[in-house]
Design a protein around this ligand. Structure first.
Ligand SMILES: O=C(O)c1ccccc1N[C@@H]1O[C@H](COP(=O)(O)O)[C@@H](O)[C@H]1O
Length: 270
């Protein structure tokens, strides 16, 4: 079962909650007390029809990290994933800008290595050096390559989206050989980090249960729009070049305002 996508269930009450239930006068009060405990603990809220729903939990990935202070800032902001680009042609190439040991020793965040048509050896050596938790394959990697990598480390396969998507032909072969998908924008400018946005309407036709990350030119000020997307398989948003002072150098103010703004907006959308 994927993290963040668990079906709704009421957990057994904690000891403190049980005492509340036992002291209630009748069964109806007991049930009300127990549900209140659940709402408080598990962020479950009833909608207008009284149906209980779990608060929408969208995760956040911040990509293009090349500075230890930026990585620490993400941990402080409780960002879920930090992305490091290991593609030498990128202006955000992390390989010669951030010390592997510092990344390895940083905990409290999932570390994602981004590769473009790298060899298996390069991927696996980098995973070991930086203690990466996942790899994001952002080039033209085949399903067979993803399958081989996935035997060692979970794979996020990136797809660069143009005017249309052929889900069955281009995307479905990667279902069994990846943990997540990531949808970015197809651009003449390069494989990724272009700051260009694609037509998110195309995701309304997404036919699978497989969780995905949304990326491609996501910018400050888009928190409300993102929080109101009706895309149940949307696991996380991925922000990158629009949150920088220069390539590979994040603007901490822009990142923290976005993170707080998105979380607040998500709490309002139940
Ligand atoms: O950021 C890069 O330089 C990069 C280079 C090569 C492949 C992927 C890259 N970044 C990824 O691109 C997307 C979108 O970024 P942006 O918001 O458009 O700047 C993001 O997933 C990064 O992981």
């Amino acid at each position: 079962m994927e993290k963040g996508l668990r079906p709704f269930s009421i957990p057994p009450p904690k000891a403190a909650d049980k005492s509340l239930i036992i002291s209630a006068n009748n069964k109806r009060q007991a049930l009300a007390a127990y549900l209140l405990c659940c709402f408080a603990r598990k962020k479950i809220a009833p909608d207008a029809k009284g149906i209980q729903r779990k608060t929408k939990q969208m995760q956040i990935k911040v990509c293009g990290i090349t500075k230890l202070s930026d990585l620490q800032m993400l941990v402080e902001n409780k960002v879920d994933f930090a992305g490091f680009i290991f593609y030498e042609r990128s202006p955000r190439f992390a390989g010669n800008r951030i010390d592997a040991r510092s990344v390895r020793e940083t905990t409290g965040i999932l570390k994602v290595g981004v590769f473009v048509n790298a060899s298996m050896e390069q991927v696996l050596t980098t995973v070991a050096d930086y203690a990466l938790d996942l790899v994001q394959l952002h080039g033209d990697e085949t399903p067979e390559f993803c399958a081989a990598v996935q035997t060692k480390v979970p794979v996020i396969k990136a797809f660069r989206i143009g005017a249309n998507v052929n889900w069955d032909k281009d995307v479905s072969p990667y279902l069994p050989v990846t943990k997540y998908f990531l949808f970015d924008t197809a651009s003449e400018k390069g494989y990724g980090g272009t700051g260009d946005r694609f037509n998110w309407e195309l995701l309304q036709q997404y036919p699978y249960q497989h969780p995905f990350l949304l990326s491609g030119g996501i910018a400050p000020g888009q928190e409300a729009e993102i929080s109101s997307l009706h895309l149940p398989q949307l696991l996380a948003v991925d922000i990158n070049s629009k949150f920088e002072d220069s390539p590979g150098v994040k603007n901490p103010e822009k990142v923290s305002v976005f993170v707080a703004g998105l979380r607040k907006a998500l709490q309002q959308v139940l």
